[in-house]
Design a protein around this ligand. Structure first.
Ligand code: TMO
Length: 313
């Protein structure tokens, strides 16, 4: 049996000495999923700090960006603040079929794709399209990838199989995955300082857009047929010959038992609706300004007090 206590969900009016609204809520910890990129780490701490300030017990548990949805479906984890269409759509939708709750779509419009600094266009004017980029693959050659170009890819758990995309599109690149996101930014900074050609995985909203001039590389816009009909797309003999969506969703995910166990917390997380700017600022505090995700979350709450208050009413 779970223990319950009375939690003051809200106080209406000043000078009242007892809660007007009270609901029975579980004493069990709300388990907030953490992934391995900065905006997610900051925003999961924002959610946790807000729920703690409302009297809930919170635990943070790290998870792989694909396997997390099984854990949320099973109730081993409770809530995820950032599920990205470009890398998690299939795992998210499968989990929803199995009972995970789609807890709403943020206003933020997202994109996860190959990205180049603008100075690359001086040497390779059409590099903002996959064919144009591929025509200059040789300028991205490294000792590790020669004679092909290097694409600096994301950590392996982000659900991307760029080797398959490169193969399907017949590109002269090799995907070299980093172990952690910080390596992407270190590679970008070092190339940028020397104006050396680089093409790497990036996304938006992110801190990168406030610090570096650059753009995404356009690949064929994905349609379901890209993944099940070989005749679709530039390669008539392959599936997967397309990119990630250019205007993609960002969703929240919850365990189906959350609404019953912690109705007040469920009401709060349902109201959370993040914008591109709010998320870019969250990542900037960590990746550009060097704050810890915990401190950045506290500052984010201070900077966005009106937004947080709107979740609590
Ligand atoms: C899931 N991510 C935002 C890192 O592309």
């Amino acid at each position: 049996m779970r223990t319950h206590r009375i939690l003051a969900a809200s106080l209406i009016g000043l000078g009242m000495t007892s809660p007007v609204l009270a609901e029975a809520e579980s004493d069990e910890p709300i388990i907030i999923v953490q992934n391995n990129w900065s905006s997610q780490l900051v925003m999961s701490n924002v959610v946790g700090q807000v729920l703690e300030s409302e009297g809930y017990t919170v635990e943070y548990v790290p998870s792989d960006s694909q396997l997390q949805f099984t854990a949320i479906t099973n109730g081993d984890m409770t809530f995820q603040i950032e599920a990205w269409e470009g890398s998690m759509k299939a795992a998210f939708e499968k989990a929803v079929e199995e009972g995970m709750v789609d807890a709403g779509t943020h206003d933020a419009v997202t994109r996860e794709e190959w990205w180049i600094p603008d100075y690359v266009l001086e040497k390779c004017p059409d590099a903002a399209t996959w064919e144009g980029l591929n025509a200059c693959a040789n300028i991205f050659t490294t000792a590790e990838t020669a004679p092909k170009g290097r694409f600096v890819g994301p950590p392996a758990d982000w659900g991307k199989n760029y080797a398959a995309r490169i193969d399907a599109l017949g590109m002269d690149f090799v995907a070299i995955n980093v172990g952690q996101a910080a390596t992407l930014w270190a590679e970008l900074q070092s190339a940028y300082d020397r104006k050396e050609p680089i093409v790497l995985f990036n996304w938006t909203p992110n801190f990168v857009e406030s610090k570096f001039e650059g753009r995404f590389v356009d690949f064929p816009e994905p349609e379901p047929a890209c993944f099940d009909d070989p005749s679709w797309g530039p390669n008539p003999d392959a599936t997967g010959d397309c990119g990630a969506p250019r205007a993609a969703w960002l969703k929240k995910a919850a365990w189906k038992g959350m609404a019953d166990e912690w109705p007040g917390a469920w009401a709060i997380v349902q109201k959370i609706n993040l914008t591109n700017k709010q998320l870019a600022n969250a990542s900037k505090m960590v990746d550009d300004e060097g704050m810890s995700p915990e401190d950045a979350a506290t500052k984010w709450i201070e900077d966005n007090r009106d937004v947080v208050d709107s979740w609590l009413n």
